[in-house]
Design a binder for this molecule. Structure first.
Ligand SMILES: Cc1cc2nc3c(=O)[nH]c(=O)nc-3n(C[C@H](O)[C@H](O)[C@H](O)COP(=O)(O)OP(=O)(O)OC[C@H]3O[C@@H](n4cnc5c(N)ncnc54)[C@H](O)[C@@H]3O)c2cc1C
Length: 325
């Protein structure tokens, strides 16, 4: 029994979350005393497999087939089902990427198993594996234990494990031979969607003031802009603000936006959902303004102001102006 990390790459370029999932797999392997192997899927994956072979792994599975050149959920699920049947792992770990969200539930269900998605941590209790995931927009952390026979499937949320913890080593590469029928693939891949060039580079900002749904209406955003101006900061936002078109997408911070680590990050009316936290928790100093003392943002904040942002923000702007003379 082992741990199998199914990792994601495209055209030989690794998805950054693959390394986080690999770090999680190595950690679990150590704690459960299980061997760890990793799989790379595609058409010609020799370069990517070669890179994986430099990590501390028992084995690298190169899952190659011409029908895996472009991602399709049918081909990936079929190929990985065969790999899992051959390897018989106890735990299957994947990064919680969009692609994994697409095929992993299908893969787990095909084997009559469930997928524990969005894992943010784990414990081993008396030899039993307990995964931690969040509910209700991060308000509650829940423990999830597996019932029944392995394999146990889980996907790891962005930022939950540290990519720089991946241990180096030397592993053999094993080419996995599989059968995939073209007739079984129901989707036709089109061109990859390319994001437009970003005009705002939040990653370069030393101070960021970020606004969330607590602002209530687009008309109130200039009030937060004043705070950003007073601090010489860039204005950023949580996803609902950008989804509403109140600020451009390029100002979104989080798992589907930019990852930032400024000297100071001021979160205004942001609850602190995991998808937002992963994009800003590396900030040196975090200040949170929120009327809910239980908001998860306070768990990562260095300074917290519990109060109504419509009173706090103008008062702060006044004080900053006074302090600057
Ligand atoms: C696949 C996926 C990807 C996602 N990617 C991202 C991402 O990249 N970035 C991101 O931000 N989110 C992302 N999300 C959404 C995320 O789950 C949350 O829904 C979002 O972060 C919540 O935004 P918010 O904190 O602004 O709003 P809410 O969760 O609604 O929080 C608003 C906060 O404002 C406070 N508030 C209300 N009124 C006031 C007031 N007058 N004064 C002070 N405080 C007040 C409330 O107490 C609350 O805590 C993603 C979700 C999914 C499923």
């Amino acid at each position: 029994m082992s741990i199998l990390a199914i990792l994601e790459q495209r055209g030989g370029v690794w998805h950054r979350m693959s390394w986080e999932a690999l770090a999680a797999a190595q950690q679990l392997g150590e704690e459960l005393q299980l061997a760890v192997s990793a799989a790379v899927v595609g058409q010609d994956v020799s370069a990517a497999a070669g890179e994986l072979a430099g990590k501390r792994l028992g084995r690298v599975h190169a899952v190659e087939h011409e029908l895996l050149k472009d991602y399709t959920p049918d081909a990936y699920a079929a190929a990985l089902q065969q790999l899992i049947a051959a390897v018989a792992p106890r735990v299957v770990l994947c990064p919680h990427t969009y692609q994994v969200r697409d095929f992993a539930p299908k893969l787990a269900t095909a084997l009559d198993r469930v997928l524990v998605s969005d894992v943010v941590g784990h414990r081993v209790e008396n030899g039993e594996l307990v995964f931690v995931r969040q509910l209700f927009q991060g308000k509650i952390n829940v423990d999830v234990r597996f019932a029944g026979e392995p394999p146990y499937f889980a996907s790891v949320q962005a930022g939950a494990y540290r990519a720089d913890k991946v241990a180096a080593g030397s592993a053999g590469i094993e080419k996995f031979t599989l059968n995939v029928e073209a007739a079984a693939i129901r989707t036709t891949p089109l061109e990859w969607f390319r994001e437009s060039q970003r005009a705002v580079d939040l990653t370069a900002a030393e101070i960021i003031v970020s606004v969330g749904r607590g602002i209530k209406e687009a008309e109130n955003i200039p009030m937060v802009q004043k705070l950003a101006d007073a601090l010489g900061a860039e204005l950023a936002a949580s996803r609902p603000i950008c989804d509403n078109g109140w600020l451009p997408m390029e100002r979104q911070v989080g798992s589907s936006g930019q990852t930032v680590s400024p000297k100071m990050y001021v979160a205004v009316g942001i609850s602190g959902a995991i998808q937002h936290l992963v994009g800003m928790k590396g900030s040196k100093t975090i200040v949170a303004i929120n009327k809910d003392p239980e908001a998860p943002i306070f768990e990562v904040a260095d300074y917290g102001i519990v109060g109504d942002l419509f009173q706090v923000v103008p008062a702060l702007v006044e004080e900053i102006k006074k302090a600057k003379g």
